[in-house]
Ligand binder design. Structure first.
Ligand code: SF4
Length: 347
């Protein structure tokens, strides 16, 4: 706490008491570095200063504002929770841990953070920073990603909490982990806890915390048809139970392998559905783009297809969108990257 009082980072949400803004910052910072999350927080705060304004916003607008931040379920949950607060709770942000935990997308960590920062309630936070600080300081070798590990660390964190000032205590331990006791090269020589730190004494700093599982990523190969027809192209909104729900994409052919083989694409059901009998020419195939998600590795190729203006286009369930309006849609990062680099000229 003494260290925190002297060296804490100036962040726009520090000292904030409005539970709505604290919630917003916590959701934005889940799985996101502070430097990346900051401009998004500022944008959301400006566009939706109150929970009611967020609740009233169209979902596509919220998704667009979130574009590029990843883990899009956070934006959908944020919007749904704002509507729940505005509708069911008369616009009053819940002021108990249990009430906050009811909000969509709020887990135990976020609920503890909001409860302690906004309402001074005695709930200890447990995020990656806290796991790391505790496992090193006490040299605990229980894996942090097991049920037993989570339970033990949660009990320890709660026991250590300064219940007279839970908000500053929680912020202090998280900041300590984020800036001093960092994953790689922690600043042990300058650390105020070094004389009592067991991991440092036992030369185990680099080995802690221990994780039991390695995440195995599933590889997926996306082939997008970027069809140019009279200045328009086709888009689809992803609605299934899969990644990127409610974001937009070009007509997608998913194959179990990468492909540069034109006839494989031309023989697909998707091609036949959209382009059968047409004089469609593949004018370019992009180099593969890659996006890493927590559990998946996506490789995407963009097949640019041009159709003569007089040819009829059977757009089916897809939206025909003018090229000039593409920037108003929220896309997954891999498609935004392609659009930024490709400088599409559709006809
Ligand atoms: S001495 Fe090093 S490992 Fe121990 S708490 Fe401080 S920064 Fe972390």
């Amino acid at each position: 706490m003494a260290w925190f009082a002297q060296s804490h980072r100036p962040l726009p949400w520090k000292g904030e008491k409005d539970p709505y803004l604290i919630w917003l910052s916590e959701i934005i910072l889940q799985q996101t570095r502070v430097a990346q999350g900051l401009p998004y927080f500022e944008r959301f705060r400006k566009q939706y200063p109150t929970v009611q304004q967020l609740a009233d916003a169209p979902q596509d607008e919220v998704m667009k504002l979130w574009e590029g931040l990843g883990y899009y379920s956070r934006a959908r949950n944020l919007h749904a929770a704002a509507q729940y607060i505005a509708g069911e709770l008369d616009g009053r942000f819940p002021d108990t841990y249990e009430g906050i935990r009811q909000l969509k997308g709020v887990g135990p960590y976020t609920a503890a953070a909001i409860a302690s920062f906004a309402f001074g309630l005695p709930h200890a936070v447990l995020d990656g920073n806290v796991f790391r600080v505790l496992s090193r300081f006490f040299a605990i070798e229980t894996p942090v990603d097991t049920v037993a590990g989570k339970k033990a660390f949660a009990a320890l964190a709660q026991e250590l909490l300064d219940t007279s000032q839970p908000g500053p205590y929680n912020q202090a331990i998280m900041d300590f982990g984020a800036t001093l006791c960092t994953p790689q090269s922690p600043a042990c020589p300058a650390c105020p806890l070094r004389s009592a730190c067991k991991a440092l004494g036992e030369d185990k700093v680099g080995a802690l915390p221990i994780k039991s599982k390695k995440i195995k990523k599933r590889q997926r190969f996306f082939h997008y048809l970027v069809i140019g027809h009279q200045g328009n192209t086709l888009l689809n909104k992803r609605t299934g139970k899969d990644i990127w729900q409610n974001l937009y994409e070009f007509p997608l052919l998913e194959l179990p392998h990468p492909s540069r083989n034109e006839s494989e694409i031309r023989n697909s059901t998707l091609w036949r559905q959209l382009l059968s009998g047409q004089e469609a020419a593949i004018s370019r195939v992009s180099p593969p783009y890659q996006q890493l998600l927590t559990h998946q590795k996506i490789m995407a190729s963009f097949w640019e297809v041009s159709l003569p203006a007089e040819a009829p286009l059977n757009s089916g369930q897809f939206l025909a969108v003018n090229q000039k309006n593409l920037s108003t849609f929220a896309f997954p990062k891999i498609i935004s990257q392609y659009l930024n680099q490709a400088q599409l000229t559709l006809f």
